[in-house]
Design a protein around this ligand. Structure first.
Ligand SMILES: C[S@@+](CC[C@H](N)C(=O)[O-])C[C@H]1O[C@@H](n2cnc3c(N)ncnc32)[C@H](O)[C@@H]1O
Length: 207
């Protein structure tokens, strides 16, 4: 875990301080997600970073377990939680590649800016389906470099050797959506905001 977390530990403070790239788009994603939350919702977020989204959704849910591989990201998240006085969020250090939880434990799972950073998104999607209740919802936002930025693949690969980039998988929106459907979800909402390479997908595990 330490090796995989190194890049994210190093950039945690900078990540926290950098502004959200499009505030209106971010707010719309929060709103769309909230349509699926109730005061009884148990939520899991993986790759939660510095915890802003988990804390923003907490007042609309019963509980939020927000996980990340990076201890430095989570240290910032814990401080944010303390400052906001929020009690129904638990931050936990975990590599989603080896994360385990009860079958059908959650009403909603969030994976934001994370699926492209995992070695095997299909395994991750299987896991998301496993921990969701029947009828539960997976909300994701994923950078799909394969459509307009495929030329970044060798740059990312080389940059990674020097610690300048994390591990990144390159795939298209179509490939991502297909893998979500192949994992057994029904896509209810797909939105690629203008000028963005990150597709927002809301997908349901059938009853
Ligand atoms: C691009 S940031 C996104 C953070 C947050 N979800 C957001 O939207 O701002 C990616 C996050 O995923 C975490 N991460 C990377 N690989 C991971 C893994 N295998 N398991 C869990 N978290 C991981 C990183 O530590 C980092 O905090």
């Amino acid at each position: 875990m330490a090796n995989k977390a190194r890049f994210w530990d190093k950039v945690a403070q900078k990540y926290f301080k950098s502004p959200i790239s499009d505030e209106a788009v971010y707010q719309r994603k929060l709103e769309l997600t909230r349509e699926y939350l109730t005061e009884d919702s148990d939520v899991l977020e993986f790759g939660c970073g510095t915890g802003g989204t988990a804390l923003a959704h907490a007042p609309y849910a019963k509980s939020v377990l927000a996980t990340d591989i990076s201890g430095e990201m989570l240290a910032i998240a814990e401080q944010q939680k303390k400052d906001a006085g929020i009690e129904n969020v638990e931050f936990r250090q975990a590599d989603f590649d080896s994360f385990e939880d009860e079958k059908g434990r959650y009403d909603l799972v969030l994976g934001l800016s994370i699926l492209h950073l995992l070695k095997d998104r299909r395994e991750a999607l299987k896991k998301v389906r496993h921990v969701l209740k029947p009828g539960g919802v997976f909300v994701s936002s994923t950078a799909c470099l394969g459509n307009r930025m495929w030329f970044m693949a060798p740059i990312l690969w080389a940059g990674r050797l020097f610690g300048a980039f994390p591990f990144v998988r390159v795939f298209t929106v179509g490939q991502l959506v297909r893998s979500i459907e192949e994992a057994g979800f029904v896509v209810e909402h797909e939105w690629l905001p203008p000028k963005s390479i990150a597709v927002f997908v809301i997908a349901r595990k059938p009853e």
